[in-house]
Design a protein around this ligand. Structure first.
Ligand code: FAD
Length: 384
């Protein structure tokens, strides 16, 4: 059992940390307030090869090991969780194309996605169906060499920059729901971004409603070339997504803790630093302990995911780490007193960003059900 990063991972983490401290931390608060798209940060992601983190080297990708994948999201979220979203669904979609795409689809998309020349996202959720993906209404009806696709997707991160956008559709309504679902890789010219959704946090990346109005999509866009595999394809991508969300939660929680510790040493009350008060010390101890547990659980899920399916481990890590992030951001706000409520201190943004990790990639309640079901069925167990 080894709880340390290896030399390559350590060096990669150092590079990421320097980048985040230099190019993200100094601009995050102002750019978030201005609602400005972080184009310069996207360019740096490209230079670092981060758009290719889940793309095989044969297509110019970094093909990162899973712990390094988690490190990317932890480090960037420590600086600004919103911009981690630019890489989040992109890396899942690119992984899905690398994993399930036909040779033609890989040749058509992967090199451009790895370089960041083209980007992507993932469109599952609809106004009437989020958790219940089998309830989606978007239909793809075969018409010769094309599908005619009609439906509305909502909450789609990166939609304004996605080309292609993998879209979960129903290709059949006769078969059981999950077997009638497919993913189509739809070109940007074939869908309309109808609006940007106003959000509590997670600024810096757009989250949009997407409309498909009798879009004519060539059958060559069917991911993997066989109908009925969409549900299984997206569910396996969501396992990777849960590792990404867990790592983002650790990054947000770490930033909250760092801010609380620094503030507690600096702020004086009753003639002494507030860090001298036991009530403050207990908060710092709880935060540090929980964050370290969340980090280890996230790296554990990440490293196990390299060996195959990690439904339970990824759900545990995402559930636990996101709850830790919620608690840590609230506790950091308490340590800051009134200043924690001020937009001039980072904890205010962290407090707004943290809840997304309890919602995205399956709400935490749904992740708890995933964990419970695999324990009860015997597919997973706890303990040696
Ligand atoms: C900022 C943001 C970005 C997002 N980005 C994307 C994206 O890029 N692509 C994408 O496809 N989606 C995206 N989403 C959507 C996200 O995945 C969904 O919001 C999430 O899956 C929950 O779906 P819902 O909002 O429809 O909630 P619902 O499914 O309506 O759930 C509402 C409540 O009911 C509970 N519930 C539902 N079913 C059950 C059940 N069986 N048992 C117990 N409780 C249940 C849930 O836990 C929740 O508390 C994003 C969302 C946000 C907020």
């Amino acid at each position: 059992m080894d709880f340390e990063l290896d030399d390559d991972q350590r060096m990669f983490q150092r590079t990421l940390r320097e980048f985040v401290n230099k190019d993200i931390v100094p601009v995050a608060a102002q750019w978030e307030r201005e609602g400005r798209y972080p184009t310069e940060i996207v360019e740096r992601f490209k230079e670092l090869g981060l758009f290719g983190m889940t793309v095989p080297a044969a297509y110019g990708g970094l093909d990162l090991d899973r712990v390094s994948f988690a490190l990317v999201f932890e480090e960037i979220a420590r600086g600004w969780m919103g911009v981690a979203g630019i890489l989040g669904s992109h890396s899942l979609a690119a992984w899905m194309i690398a994993q399930y795409g036909t040779a033609e689809q890989k040749d058509a998309h992967l090199a451009a996605l790895a370089s960041g020349d083209r980007r992507t996202g993932i469109a599952l959720t609809e106004p009437g169906a989020g958790t219940d993906l089998q309830g989606i209404m978007t239909r793809a009806v075969r018409d010769g060499d094309h599908y005619v696709v009609t439906g509305t997707k909502t909450w789609i991160t990166n939609a304004r920059h996605a080309d292609p956008l993998p879209v979960l559709v129903k290709t059949s309504v006769e078969t059981p729901a999950h077997r009638g679902m497919s993913v189509l890789l739809i070109d940007a010219g074939n869908f309309t971004v109808s609006r940007d959704l106003p959000k509590l946090g997670y600024k810096g990346t757009e989250t949009c409603e997407v409309v498909l109005d009798e879009a004519r999509v060539p059958v060559s866009a069917l991911l993997g070339g066989i109908e009925g595999r969409g549900m299984q394809q997206v569910l396996s991508a969501l396992e990777l997504g849960r590792v990404n969300i867990a790592a983002r939660a650790v990054g947000v929680a770490q930033c909250a803790y760092d801010a609380a510790l620094a503030y507690a040493k600096d702020r004086h009350a009753f003639g002494q630093p507030i860090a001298d008060f036991q009530a403050i010390q207990l908060k710092l101890a709880d935060m540090a302990t929980e964050i370290q547990a969340a980090r280890l659980m996230t790296y554990w899920a990440a490293s196990r995911s390299a060996a195959g399916a990690v439904n339970t481990e990824a759900a545990m890590a995402k559930y636990f780490a996101s709850e830790v992030a919620l608690r840590a951001t609230m506790e950091a706000m308490r340590v800051h007193g009134g200043y924690g409520y001020s937009q001039e201190f980072v904890v205010e943004r962290l407090y707004r960003d943290a809840p997304l990790m309890a919602i995205g990639e399956g709400t935490n309640d749904v992740n708890r059900l995933v964990i419970a079901r695999s324990l009860i069925s015997g597919a997973a167990r706890v303990g040696w």
